[in-house]
Ligand binder design. Structure first.
Ligand code: TGC
Ligand code: FAD
Length: 387
């Protein structure tokens, strides 16, 4: 059974023809344009810039953004299916799309003025502009409410001071969606490349998400014009963006898991030890069945969550459950896949270690596994255990 056919519960029946068409186009793109280059890009620690224009022409930026602003105007299920296929290629590629869609275009569309929407959304949709999202700071990761980056009111706008860390696409971004405190309350500002006092040095030496750019953002008296502030106040502004991105990750992680499962099944059937394929040993079957079991459950979770998102009924806690579960099982799948591949599992000829290394970051970003546990714990008990 190939990755493309792994659908143990006929979940395909639950998707419309349009949704399947979107998935097919992304699948073909990943097979033809990403898989042939991604291992080398990962080894070289380079983001594959050459795919940005192609991703844009596939409608991968602004998938749920209205067509009047250059988006695809598609539903959340299409968005999820696209993220799954992209992450079957690489989590770094899906990260790029997650940030552009959920963390930059979403807040501009939801909280931006007509001026900002017209200025940025069409360019972001075509990939002429790249965006990044600055929430995390060196001393405030899981607890973004503690941030110390500040905005101070001036006659013509705001003065930004502070620093962000671990920012995907920061160095290459034309526009940064930055969250800072104005009079003690969190607000969102669009900081543009080239603004005086703004720099975005790249963070090097990652063992994970090597085909993705990660950066610091530094603000030293950066003058941001009045019109670049978004119309939202409080932590719920950035957290509403995270709901969107976490949703995409819940689907994306299945793609990485499928790639590992597929490779494992093929390997187990062809690798001979003790005169028989290792797929014939009960211990290896147990691992493969664990993967099948968990991937199928993850697919069902994602499909149902997609429909809730399409109806505007998904609660943030339901998104947390899917992000937490699907990333966790994907990482466990990658680790089991590494075992099944034996020594070959550490080579870049197979996708396993790349996915495993990437998923270590995916488990941490967009809310760590622990933080999602606590979000769910609070939801069911009514007792907050963060602080
Ligand atoms: P808390 O007091 O619970 O809430 C503050 C306000 O926010 C509201 N709220 C939400 N609104 C929308 N969506 C959600 N999911 C929300 N969760 C909470 C809440 O109702 C309240 O609103 P109001 O109007 O009453 O003020 O906030 P807290 O300070 O106790 O923190 C809660 C906590 C820990 C859950 C939250 O801060 C959290 O999720 N921390 C994790 C941080 C995180 O996920 N960072 C991600 C950074 S971006 C990233 O990683 C990008 S990776 C990109 C890639 O490459 O793919
Ligand atoms: P910490 O918050 O310091 O947590 C350390 C450990 O303590 C974790 O295991 C955590 O679960 C645990 N912990 C923390 N608080 C509690 C608690 N209350 N109870 C129990 N355990 C707790 N951020 C952005 O803003 N934009 C981006 O584009 C972005 N991209 C990223 C890309 C990569 C490759 C990575 C690795 C991160 C990225 N991040 C980004 C940052 C990411 O969101 C944070 O790393 C994440 O939120 C966790 O913060 P931290 O690393 O500071 O860990």
């Amino acid at each position: 059974m190939s990755t493309q056919a792994l659908d143990y519960y006929n979940i395909d029946e639950l998707f419309s023809e349009e949704e399947k068409l979107v998935r097919q186009s992304v699948r073909d793109f990943v097979d033809g344009e990403i898989l042939p280059i991604i291992e080398q890009k990962f080894m070289d620690g380079e983001f594959p810039f050459e795919i940005v224009e192609k991703l844009a022409s596939l409608g991968m930026f602004g998938i749920t953004v209205p067509t009047q602003y250059g988006g695809a105007g598609a539903n959340y299920t299409c968005y999820g299916l696209a993220m799954l296929e992209l992450e079957r290629g690489d989590s770094g590629v899906r990260s790029f799309a997650s940030v552009q869609n959920s963390l930059v275009m979403f807040p501009i569309n939801k909280y931006g003025s007509e001026f900002l929407k017209n200025k940025w959304l069409p360019k972001l949709a075509t990939g002429q502009a790249i965006g990044c999202f600055g929430l995390t700071e060196p001393d405030f990761g899981s607890n973004p409410g503690g941030m110390i980056t500040t905005a101070t009111k001036t006659n013509s706008g705001y003065l930004l001071n502070g620093a962000k860390m671990w920012i995907t696409n920061g160095t290459i971004a034309d526009v940064a969606m930055v969250w800072a405190k104005l009079d003690g309350e969190v607000h969102g500002f669009l900081v543009e490349k080239g603004m005086r006092g703004f720099s975005a040095p790249e963070m090097k030496n990652k063992h994970s998400l090597r085909a993705s750019i990660t950066s610091e953002l530094v603000f030293q008296d950066v003058e941001v014009p009045e019109e670049n502030m978004l119309n939202v106040e409080g932590l719920r502004g950035p957290l509403s963006c995270l709901n969107q991105a976490r949703y995409g990750i819940a689907w994306g992680a299945i793609g990485a898991a499928l790639a590992c499962y597929d490779s494992s099944l093929e390997y187990a059937k062809s690798r001979i030890q003790f005169d028989r394929p290792i797929a014939g040993f009960q211990l290896q079957q147990d691992k493969l069945v664990w993967m099948l079991n968990e991937i199928t459950k993850a697919q069902l979770l994602a499909q149902r969550l997609g429909r809730l998102m399409d109806k505007g009924q998904a609660r943030p806690q339901q998104i947390s459950l899917a992000k937490r579960n699907n990333v966790d099982i994907a990482l466990q799948t990658a680790r089991l896949a590494r075992e099944i591949h034996g020594a070959n599992g550490i080579l870049s000829e197979y996708c396993i270690m790349r996915h495993a290394a990437n998923l270590e970051s995916v488990k941490t970003y967009e809310g760590t596994h622990d933080i999602h546990t606590l979000i769910l714990g609070e939801d069911i008990t009514g007792i907050q255990a963060f602080k």
